[in-house]
Structures are given as C-alpha cells and as structure tokens.
Write a protein that binds this ligand. Structure first.
Ligand code: NAD
Length: 482
C-alpha cells in the first residue's frame, strides 16, 4: 500500500503502510479547517509495531554486517529526505501552521542528522582495559534493542530525526509515536526512510493517542529504551511507566529560559536574538527565550526596542512566510491568552500584544511583550509555549543569576555582553544544559542539547547523544597459563 489513500494517511508497521479502523482529522491552524486525516493506531497496532521491532532487533540484521552498511543506509536516508523536502515541507507547513521556509529547514536539518550520525555509526569503539598479563578485557557498545521515541508537535520532523538517526546508527530497531496534532510531515519523512532499504521492522511510525498508544509503548517490557520529548506532566507519567521495567530514558522536557542582558551588549545583535529567540515558530519552542533579564540602566530602552520589534512583525499563514504564524490549535491559543490575562491581572504591563489577533480566523496570538514583570509572577515562572516575552530588570550580577536560575527548569540560558570574563562567569553559574553567549540558538545539531531539573535529563545532538542509544558491555577473559 502507498503512504496515503487520497488525503487519508497511514501508519508504517513492519515494512508496510497500514490503515486502521479509526481515523483522526488533521487541521490547518491558519484557518481551523480539517484538510486531511490519519489512521489512528490502537493499542493492538502499537503491540504489532513493538513485535515487529523486537523481531528485527533479535534477528541481528541491524548489527551482523560491518557498521559500514549502516553508514550507507543512513546516507541513503539523508539523500531520500532531501528528495521529499518540498512536498514534506508543504505538508508540515499546512498541518502545523509554521512558516514554509522553517518547514523546509526542518527537513534539511532532518537530513543533516542522518548524515551526521552516519559519520559515527562505524566509530563506536570500545576500550581495552589493562588487567595484567593473565587477562584480556575489553568493552563493546551494544544497541539497546527496541527504542521507543515519543515526539511532540512543535518540530515533529527534526525531533524525530534527532533521535531516530543515532538510534539506527547504533543498531537499534525503533518505534516512533507521532503527535496527534502534526503527524503528516513525519509520514513524508518515513516515506523517504522506507526507500533506503532498511531491514523489515527496523523502523515503525504510529500516530496514536498519548494516553493509550504512548502509555502502552512506555510501559512495555519489550521497550528497551525510551526517548521522550514533550511536556513535564507527560514526562512524569512516562517515567512512572518506565520505572516498572527500569527502562533507560532520555527526557527532553520544557523550559523557561532566560537571557541576561548587560549595558555593554550589542543592541542589534540582541534584537536579532530576541526575534528568533521568542518569536521563531510563534514561541512554540522548548528552548525559547521566554524571559529577558535586563540591567536596570538600559531596561526602559530595551523594553521600547523589543516592543517595537514585536509590533512590527508581519502576521499570516505559514505558506506566505510572514514573521509570525498561528499557534498549533485553538486549545493552545486559549491557554496562551489565559496566561496573558492572568499576567495583566497580576500587574504585568503588555507593551506589545497581550491578546489574540482580532478579525482573523485561525489560531493567531499577537506577538506579546510584558514589562514590569517580577520574577514571582506566574508569567515569569510557567512555560507559556507561545510568543510571549517577559522583561525583568536587575541591578547586580548576583540578582541576575538568581532570577535566571530561579525556576525549576534548566534547558538553555543566555548572556549578552562584550565582556568575555563576565560571559564565562555566567556560563559557569547558569543552571542549564546549554548557555548561549551573544546569539540565542547558537550551536547546531553538532552540539549536545538537553536539560537539568524539570527540563529533563540525557543529551540529544552531537557525538554525546549516541551513547544514550547503546549499552556498554565489558568482556573479561582469563587467559590460560602455559
Ligand atoms: P505532550 O507532552 O502533550 O505530548 C508529547 C507526546 O507525548 C505526544 O506524542 C503525545 O501523544 C504523547 N503522550 C501524551 N500523553 C502520553 C502518555 N501518558 N504516555 C505516553 N505518551 C504520551 O507535549 P506537546 O504539547 O506535544 O509538546 C509541547 C511540550 O514539549 C512543551 O512542554 C515543550 O517544552 C516540550 N518540548 C521539549 C523539547 C526538548 O527538546 N526539550 C522539544 C520540543 C518540545
């Protein structure tokens, strides 16, 4: 079967595209209209996917041959992804609301993940441990077996590739659960992956409800590793399920990340970072710059500049490539509006936006900047996951560090200053998995990424990530005498 029947899309299990009795509508956030559907997997479908992956992992087909074969598979996948980029990006833009150019970038990034981890697939070298002449001792990196990967809706294609590429590079079989709100770009991604000639059962893609299909995958003893990217609440329930079988997990959760701005910073550089930091993907980014912590000497100027920036952003549907696009769903829009209303009730001043965009169908939120925010307000502590920036003043370095580190999250943080000593001091003191200096979202797929505290644990991206997808086995040999 093909990947879709008209506008109805299928799941990929055991080397085949399969339909299910139930279906889920997929809605265009730019107009609120359903435009396609996807087969909604049941718990039984999830079990068939786990069984197929378990058979593949047990068959040795992913590890028997020289690792160079996996290198070739991954490079082939990268090429196939590039070939479907235009179609996939248009689908992702339509279902997700994001800018078409950003959707294209997501496919480009997905291809890069496969290329990058292709480069590591044949370099997973163990060590030889000296135990004296009577022993030979060495370590091997073995795949986990079946890796279950649960993906959120905000960057479904690149987040899927971020985990799938190292998992395959290390020789695992994989079951991916796509997000209910944005599953179709991932179907196009999997069509590309399916063309690369992997063994049957090496990869499966299911769209199912989190509370049944996701929960079943997380709780299964066949699952030998879980990679979860999503909210803290879901992360907690997956960790509880994983505890039953002591299943190793990587948790990429939310954030409330702060950028600290000093008077000696470059204003143009700062404003470019604010634009991408909080308004890219309409703020629906785990590592969004949702707090701007600004030295009091320049606080009023920065507030004015940032408010002007927000008010000047063009707004429209993703395919027109404006600066700012709709949120993913009506529910997400209501949540963001409610958080803004609560902030205003607590005394924060909306110097830009603060409400939904009037007179537009679709789920559009105004780019929003709050001044007069103090660190205790809910808007300064809770993850909004929308285009909402809180600007908070500080007087001393101690205060700035305390504000930035003052939430239970710790995904990324930033500092804007020309003073390299100060930048390095802050890089050390900020409680976060990644610190940006003078450019938000500096780094790339090559740089390890992940959180501390409620932002999660384990690292994705970079060389380090591949070690989440293997387990170390030590082989200790007593050498016979004589
Ligand atoms: P979510 O937690 O609602 O859903 C994420 C995925 O989990 C979906 O596929 C969903 O179906 C599934 N799920 C839901 N309940 C489940 C359960 N009980 N068991 C198993 N799976 C279940 O998150 P979301 O709303 O899709 O995404 C937004 C959140 O993701 C934000 O908090 C954001 O910060 C976070 N996020 C983190 C990163 C990161 O890398 N740290 C990246 C992107 C998004």
């Amino acid at each position: 079967m093909e990947r879709s029947i008209g506008h109805h899309w299928l799941n990929y299990i055991d080397g085949e595209w399969v339909d299910c009795p139930n279906r889920l509508d997929v809605t265009n956030p730019a107009n609120g209209e359903p435009f396609a559907s996807i087969a909604l997997a049941s718990v039984e479908d999830a079990q068939r996917a786990l069984d197929a992956a378990t058979r593949c992992a047990a068959s040795g087909e992913l590890t028997r041959q020289r690792p160079a074969e996996r290198v070739r598979w991954l490079l082939r996948i990268a090429d196939e992804i590039r070939a479907v980029t235009e179609e996939g990006a248009r689908m992702l833009c339509l279902e997700n609301g994001k800018r078409l150019s950003d959707a294209r970038d997501e496919f480009a990034e997905a291809a890069r993940y496969f290329e990058y981890y292709a480069g590591l697939a044949d370099k997973l070298e163990g060590i030889s441990v000296p135990l004296g002449d009577d022993y030979v001792d060495f370590t091997r990196y073995e795949p986990m077996g079946v890796s279950v990967q649960i993906v959120p809706w905000n960057f479904p294609v690149s987040i899927c590739a971020r985990s799938l590429a190292p998992a395959l590079a290390a020789g695992n079989a994989v079951v991916v659960k796509s997000p209910e709100l944005s599953p179709l770009g991932m179907c196009v991604l999997f069509e590309a992956i399916a063309r690369a000639g992997l063994p049957r059962g090496a990869v499966q893609l299911l769209c199912g409800l989190g509370r049944d299909v996701g929960a079943h995958l997380a709780a299964s003893p066949q699952t030998r590793q879980i990679v979860f990217t999503g909210s803290v609440a879901t992360g907690r329930s997956i960790l509880a399920a994983a505890a039953q079988w002591a299943t190793p997990s990587v948790m990429e959760l939310g954030g409330k990340s702060a950028a600290i701005v000093f008077a000696d910073s470059d204003r143009a550089q700062l404003l470019a970072s604010v634009k991408s930091g909080i308004f890219f993907n309409s703020g629906q980014v785990c590592s969004a710059m949702s707090r701007l912590v600004v030295h009091r000497d320049i606080y009023d100027e920065v507030v004015a500049d940032v408010a002007q920036l927000a008010r000047g952003l063009t707004i429209g549907p993703g395919e027109q490539d404006p600066d700012h696009t709709p949120l993913i769903s009506g529910q997400q829009l209501e949540r963001v509006v409610a958080l803004c209303e609560a902030a205003i009730a607590e005394g924060a001043q909306p110097v830009a936006g603060g409400a939904r965009v009037a007179n537009r169908t679709g789920f559009y939120m105004q780019p929003t900047v709050f001044a007069g925010v103090n660190p205790e307000m809910a808007i300064a502590c809770e993850e909004v996951f929308g285009p909402v920036l809180s600007v908070i003043p500080f007087d001393t370095e101690e205060q700035a560090v305390a504000i930035a580190n003052g939430t239970p999250y710790g995904l990324v943080a930033g500092v804007f200053t020309r003073d390299v000593n100060r930048a390095l001091r802050f890089a050390r003191r900020l409680r976060a998995g990644q610190v940006f200096v003078n450019e938000w979202y500096a780094g790339g797929i090559e740089t390890p990424f992940g959180g501390v505290g409620l932002s999660g644990f384990g690292r994705e991206k970079g060389q380090e990530a591949i070690y989440s997808y293997v387990q170390t086995k030590n082989v200790a040999i007593r050498v016979a005498e004589g």
